[in-house]
Design a protein around this ligand. Structure first.
Ligand code: SAH
Length: 217
């Protein structure tokens, strides 16, 4: 079966059938070649209903989780987005097609270099990749319309809220090392409002305001 066909089935069976409704999210996930963001021996499994290894003990998130998180951001096209946890670069590529500018932060140099190359090959010229500890956010380019964290946090770092515009949104998995809840948090004029989305399992957010590297594994 062609990758195009596999991608179409992924969108129909894993996303639309499970309630993803945002037409822009569905269209972009049908167009981005996810298989190119994993190693060649995993190309044939890239459209499976699961996360896959990308090396360094990290993973590319399950397609459904990418869709849920992206849909929660309610992107219209003119937003400045901060992503914490570039990993493969797949989520960054999706965001680049739905927002105007994407800043993405990765702590592991080798993953960042590979993602940078892949994003260039996909012509995602509005993505800026920074190697650093994303638990402190990226204050120099704040404030953001949206912040999306694709690694599991033990708590919500306060600096993420401070780096959001009023009315801006943070999507973040928060919980223990092995199971979390996905939260959508909106910055309001007087503080925050928050709602719970779905249970999930992410690799740990490691850094100054996340998990320590020894307690994470
Ligand atoms: N969005 C990614 C998912 C990658 S998994 C994708 O589409 O492939 C989560 C990533 O977060 C890992 O690559 C991990 O190294 C990174 N990460 C963990 N803690 C981090 C931190 N403090 N700052 C930046 N990246 C971090």
């Amino acid at each position: 079966m062609s990758y195009e066909k596999l991608r179409h089935l992924m969108v129909e069976d894993q996303l639309r059938a499970r309630g993803i409704k945002d037409q822009r999210v569905l269209a972009v996930m049908e167009s981005v070649p996810r298989h190119l963001f994993v190693d060649e021996h995993l190309h044939c499994r890239a459209y499976d209903d699961c996360a896959l290894s990308i090396g360094e003990g990290q993973t590319i998130s399950q397609p459904y989780m990418v869709a849920v998180m992206t849909e929660l951001l309610e992107l219209k096209g003119d937003e400045k987005v901060l992503e914490i946890g570039t990993g493969s670069g797949y989520q960054s590529a999706i965001l680049s097609m739905l927002a105007s500018e994407v800043f993405t932060v990765e702590r592991i140099q080798t993953l960042a270099e590979r993602a940078r190359r892949l994003l260039q090959e996909q012509n995602c010229t509005n993505v800026h990749l920074i190697v650093s500890d994303g638990t402190i956010g990226l204050p120099e380019h704040s404030p953001y319309d949206c912040i999306i964290v694709t690694a599991a946090a033990p708590h919500i770092p306060q600096q993420y809220i401070e780096q959001l515009k009023v009315g801006g949104m943070l999507v973040i998995p928060v919980g223990s090392r092995f199971t979390q809840i996905l939260y959508k948090i909106t910055r309001t004029p007087s503080g925050i409002s928050s709602s719970e989305s779905t249970p999930c399992i992410f690799v740990p957010l490691i850094g100054k305001d996340g998990w320590g590297s020894e307690e994470a594994y």
